[in-house]
Ligand binder design. Structure first.
Ligand SMILES: [Fe+2]
Ligand SMILES: [Fe+2]
Length: 379
């Protein structure tokens, strides 16, 4: 949004922008024929409802991210959540549901509610875009992947793949670190809570009914899901504040802060539950063998791993000259959308997707990352 950015450079210009906006809203109802050329071009840029190109691009990327989240959460819900009219689809898988409930008796309720929330996020953002005269996002053409055929699955075609995940579990130590913040230490490597989960490709849902036994294999699948829930929602927790720094309009900022807060609520819940995943070795795996260690015993445990340390540990923020602060991290805004797209891709969620899908995701991310806030000159 170079043009809009330069409009905001000086305070005088910013005022004239506001005047034009008010005028534009009224003038739009009179029809474009009554407008001068310059103003008419400006209105094409800033829609009558007030979205800049950058705001629309950020909302469109978030809509795509929410559609992706919804698709994966629906798969979890069909097999391990509560089946009702709010999140219709599957019929539930009792064995997988029971394995998830080892982490918390309410897992099926939380999975249901997280799914319902994601549904509401993308539906709202798309409706908001349409109301502001911008194009909504629809990824239906990319729902082509074969999902689980286990009992309980709807069997419908999917956008995401939950059966070959490489789960980054470093969020576990990142949120326990008092010394390092990825924004200040971009080259620091946070330790993996479950190292082997980040080395192989593992299912987070039963792929078919053969995955329902032996018990430690099914529990490993449920444990994988437990850590994957945390991975997904810590991503949303960072993405919203990262992109909020580059929106222009207060109402769009309100949308990002308000939905972003729910992502944090999700993350906090899953952070708590993941620590209850029972230590075990998946007897069906090799190269690598999937091991869930006891996170409360050496070499784990302590400040970095202890499972009840679920509040964000105060860490350096903005600069080490300030006192440490309990915060969401990372929140770096530069390249945040592309970083999120890359993290989801590295997770294995899109294994089997078409080149067209990756191109669409990349286009949405790069447009969002081009957005520049018009708020920079505000006091
Ligand atoms: Fe969401
Ligand atoms: Fe979420």
């Amino acid at each position: 949004m170079k043009e809009i950015g330069s409009v905001f450079k000086r305070r005088g210009n910013r005022r004239s922008f506001l005047k034009k906006s008010v005028f534009a809203a009224g003038a739009a109802t009179l029809g474009p024929g009554l407008l001068g050329n310059e103003l008419s071009a400006f209105i094409q840029d800033v829609k009558p409802g007030g979205l800049t190109k950058g705001d629309a691009a950020i909302l469109r990327f978030l809509a795509a991210a929410e559609i992706i989240e919804t698709d994966l959460w629906q798969q979890y819900n069909e097999l391990g959540g509560i089946q009702d009219s709010e999140v219709p689809g599957g019929t539930g898988n009792p064995q997988y549901t029971a394995a998830l409930q080892v982490l918390d008796g309410d897992m099926n309720q939380y999975i249901h509610d997280n799914t319902d929330d994601e549904f509401s996020h993308f539906t709202f953002i798309d409706a908001f875009l349409v109301a502001k005269g911008a194009a909504p996002v629809n990824l239906d053409q990319f729902r082509t992947l074969q999902g689980s055929t286990a009992t309980g699955s709807s069997g419908k075609a999917r956008l995401t793949n939950l059966m070959q995940l490489t789960v980054d579990t470093s969020w576990w130590t990142r949120y326990r670190s008092s010394a390092n913040n990825p924004d200040l230490d971009p080259n620091f490597t946070f330790a993996q809570a479950i190292p082997t989960l980040f080395q192989g490709k593992f299912p987070a849902i039963p792929r078919n009914n053969n995955d329902l036994t032996p018990p430690d294999h099914l529990q490993a699948i449920a444990n994988t899901a437990g850590f994957h829930f945390g991975f997904i929602e810590q991503g949303g927790t960072s993405l919203y504040p990262s992109l909020a720094q580059r929106v222009t309009h207060t109402e769009v900022l309100r949308v990002l802060l308000s939905i972003g807060g729910t992502e944090i609520a999700h993350f906090q819940t899953w952070h708590d539950k993941a620590g209850n995943a029972p230590p075990l070795t998946d007897p069906t795996t090799s190269n690598p063998t999937l091991v869930f260690p006891n996170l409360n015993a050496p070499p784990f445990g302590g400040e970095e791993f202890q499972t009840n340390l679920i509040m964000p540990e105060p860490c350096p923020f903005l600069s080490r000259k300030f006192p440490v602060c309990s915060i969401i991290r990372p929140t770096e805004t530069q390249g945040a959308a592309m970083a999120a797209a890359k993290a989801l891709t590295a997770d294995g969620l899109f294994i089997g997707q078409t080149p067209q899908f990756f191109q669409a995701l990349q286009d949405l991310a790069s447009e969002a990352d081009k957005a520049r806030s018009g708020r920079d000159d505000e006091d």
